[in-house]
Design a protein around this ligand. Structure first.
Ligand SMILES: [Zn+2]
Length: 112
């Protein structure tokens, strides 16, 4: 089996298709899973920034794939289903620059 990718947009399954879990769970219902991959706290310990993505999993949080009975195999979905609609790369870059990302990367010390 090729490596599964997170499904961000839920496709409409056809009659001959059903959900398959990467770990073999029986999937009756999909679950929206929130995966936090970056957090930033201020000096007081308050969470000031959190980057997360939400994608669909089985009820136990495993990645999903679509099994097609006609193909007798897992099928690759259209690219749009693997794209997070809330996390466009340009927004991420803008946020990175706004938070002084490049200054930190380049080691600038403004006014110090
Ligand atoms: Zn599972």
């Amino acid at each position: 089996m090729s490596k599964l990718r997170p499904i961000f947009v839920l496709p409409e399954l056809k009659e001959n298709q059903e959900w398959a879990c990467e770990h073999g769970c029986t999937v009756h219902r999909t679950r929206l899973h929130r995966h936090v991959y970056s957090q930033q706290w201020d000096k007081q310990g308050n969470l000031v920034k959190e980057l997360a993505e939400t994608y669909y999993t089985c009820q136990r949080g495993h990645l999903l794939a679509v099994w097609d009975e006609k193909e007798c195999d897992l099928i690759e979905l259209d690219e749009k289903y693997y794209t997070d609609p809330n996390q466009q790369p340009t927004n991420f870059i803008d946020g990175f620059i706004a938070s002084g990302g490049f200054d930190r990367v380049m080691g600038c010390k403004n006014g110090e």
